[in-house]
Design a protein around this ligand. Structure first.
Ligand code: 5GP
Ligand code: 5GP
Length: 229
């Protein structure tokens, strides 16, 4: 009798451990934010910018990140220190990474630090769905599916330092992508609110844009500057 209950206890322990292991590997997010940044609005803030040997990035939106997020607005981060960024896993993507996901930070570097930061902080939280190579190739693929600058230019919105209504910017991106974006502003050195980042939502497999289940917090003015770069 005693032996039997010990065995049952052991079985319960084993099953709970197994359950916990499965839970920890399971995905802990509901969708992704795909975030692109306007270099003009990063560089004219106090962050400054300087460019590596490869020169100034194109006057175009660049990828900031692909961030797993939960429907309640919270998000996991730094999920697996045992799977650190390894540039050799994305060597075939390097030239595209440099043009589509350039770092703007100063002192300048080749982008590996920025990509490593994004993988370690965000990518590891979706590793059950996208391994390192798929994580970066998925983001690059999403960028080719929505050309933000083209969408804005088509609506007469140009990076010329003038002001545009927030509504016209959102409408132009919705027209081109089919989905409502979220716009994040920052302020230039004279305190003007300007177009900094564009968020679009992507389903949890990283395959298609979806309407955002929840938007981040923060707001822009009704009219915002689109600085040149
Ligand atoms: P900031 O405070 O500049 O908006 O964001 C700082 C960093 O926190 C971002 O670059 C990103 O790594 C993370 N972050 C901020 N807001 C969100 C969010 O709503 N979802 C996710 N997944 N990450 C976020
Ligand atoms: P996040 O805000 O995604 O958590 O972190 C961004 C980190 O990457 C910051 O430490 C920032 O200094 C660095 N970083 C390097 N290059 C860039 C860039 O081009 N844009 C932004 N937003 N951050 C960059």
């Amino acid at each position: 009798m005693r032996k039997q209950s010990n065995n049952i206890l052991l079985l319960i322990k084993f099953l709970s451990l197994h359950y916990l292991l499965v839970l920890s590997a399971a995905q802990d997010f509901d969708f992704f934010y795909f975030v692109q940044q306007w270099p003009g609005s990063y560089c004219d803030t106090n962050q400054g910018c300087c460019y590596p040997g490869t020169g100034k990035p194109a006057s175009d939106f660049g990828i900031h990140g692909l961030w797993p997020n939960r429907n309640d607005g919270s998000y996991p981060s730094n999920c697996d220190s045992s799977n650190p960024f390894d540039a050799s896993k994305i060597s075939d993507l390097m030239s595209q990474m440099k043009s589509e996901w350039p770092t703007l930070s100063c002192p300048s570097n080749d982008g590996l630090k920025f990509w490593g930061h994004e993988w370690d902080k965000h990518g590891t939280c979706s590793e059950s769905v996208l391994d390192q190579h798929s994580y970066f190739s998925t983001a690059l693929g999403l960028k080719t599916n929505i050309n933000l600058l083209q969408a804005l230019e088509n609506a007469g919105i140009h990076p010329d330092g003038s002001e545009y209504s927030l509504t016209s910017i959102k409408d132009a991106i919705k027209e081109a992508s089919g989905y409502t974006p979220w716009i994040q502003c920052n302020t230039d050195s004279s305190g003007n609110s300007q177009l900094y980042q564009v968020y679009l939502c992507v389903d949890s497999s990283g395959s298609s844009f979806v309407e955002c289940p929840v938007f981040p917090h923060g707001s822009c003015g009704a009219s915002i500057e689109f600085p040149s770069f």
